[in-house]
Design a protein around this ligand. Structure first.
Ligand code: SAM
Ligand code: DTB
Ligand code: SF4
Length: 327
């Protein structure tokens, strides 16, 4: 990739974006949007690297939250038929981490279908998992629901690099999707994570019936954080049969490209991850997302409860784009 110069005055790192400014960018002519996103991307992330994170569901199903998109909520368990699985053994998790590393992932993300962390045996086991992943010289990431300051401090002490907790959508649309915890709860968890010195991984989902304004609002709130979240996953809704959002009409894939490009522009230093939903996207759309500034993907054959793209296809995609995997 050749480096091109960028006017950093126009494309600077800001925490005072308004939602309407962001929406205007998102709706701008596609070629202008992509050009601007590429310009920011090359200035802030030279080198053409794609970061690879592997996911593992360490505790599956039976969650007390009612997130309408999620296969793991106990509210939809009868209809989804998802099998509940208790917390996995530490050794088995570390075996999976080792496999992910061998396949080329640099980060291992462990997800638990918990509303919040509870002190005790399970939390102690998760701390051991974090320590084990660090011993493998991988970045460690967990997503465990809400955390207290004490729990965040213990995770930091164990060596945790990233904590994933998504805003999911705008504050205005949020109550259409989740009613069992508030937007403020999410922001509070993110503050605890930040204050503990752990890098924040926070993004959301497109394709749940939200407007472009909702998407811009979510990006505005992420961009208000200081520092900006180090990692921003953009998920396309994976429609799961039996969930309330299981038969939502899929959005035009170009809207995902627009979301990625806009995230790249307003969050210039963040890693923007093209996350769930790639399985339903063409190779060309994924390529477009990489051109629009995505510099990270979920890598590995499974996400949490659904399939992801095959690893060899991902390696081919990265090579064909003229990029390289960041090990
Ligand atoms: N229980 C924890 C929590 O919600 O914070 C951690 C796991 S949860 C599955 C992590 C994130 O995955 C959600 O916030 C949501 O953004 C994303 N996600 C879950 N199900 C999804 C789906 N069907 N399609 C797209 N994204 C999804
Ligand atoms: C995130 O933003 N996406 C991941 C991760 N954080 C934990 C989860 C995607 C889940 C997709 C649906 C599933 O496999 O259950
Ligand atoms: Fe539970 Fe997380 Fe799924 Fe919501 S997204 S139901 S909190 S596992």
């Amino acid at each position: 990739m050749n480096e091109i110069s960028v006017d950093t005055k126009i494309n600077e790192h800001r925490t005072n974006w308004s939602a309407s400014e962001i929406e205007e960018i998102m709706r701008s002519p596609l070629i202008d949007l992509i050009y601007r996103a590429q310009t920011v991307h090359r200035a802030y992330h030279p080198g053409g690297k794609v970061q690879l994170s592997s996911l593992l569901s360490i505790k599956t199903g039976g969650c007390k939250e009612d997130c309408k998109y999620c296969s793991q909520s106990a509210y939809h368990a009868k209809k989804t038929g998802l099998k509940y699985e208790p917390l996995m053994d530490v050794d088995l998790v570390l075996e999976k981490a080792r496999e992910a590393k061998e396949a080329g992932a640099s980060r291992f993300c462990m997800g638990a279908a918990w509303r919040e962390i509870k002190e005790g045996q399970d939390f102690e086991a998760v701390l051991d998992m974090v320590r084990g992943v660090k011993k493998l010289e991988m970045d460690a990431c967990v997503t465990l629901g809400m955390v207290t300051s004490d729990q965040a401090a213990r995770l930091a002490e164990a060596g945790l690099d990233y904590y994933n907790h998504n805003l999911d959508t705008s504050p205005e649309f949020y109550s259409e999707v989740i009613t069992t915890r508030s937007y403020q709860d999410r922001l509070d968890t993110l503050s605890e994570v930040r204050d503990a010195g752990i890098s924040v991984c926070s993004g959301g989902i497109v394709g749940m019936g939200e407007t472009m304004h909702d998407r811009a609002r979510m990006l505005q709130i992420l961009a208000e954080m200081s520092p900006h979240p180090q990692s921003v996953p953009i998920n396309a809704l994976v429609p799961i049969e039996g969930t309330p959002l299981g038969d939502v009409e899929p959005i035009d894939p170009m809207e995902i490209v627009r979301m990625i490009a806009t995230a790249r522009i307003v969050l210039p230093t963040s890693d923007v991850r093209l996350s769930a939903g790639r399985h339903n996207m063409s190779r060309e759309i994924q390529m477009f997302c990489l051109m629009a500034g995505a510099n990270s993907i979920f890598y590995g054959e499974r996400l949490l409860t659904t399939d992801n793209t095959q690893t060899n296809a991902d390696m081919q995609l990265i090579a064909d784009a003229g990029l390289t995997a960041d090990h």
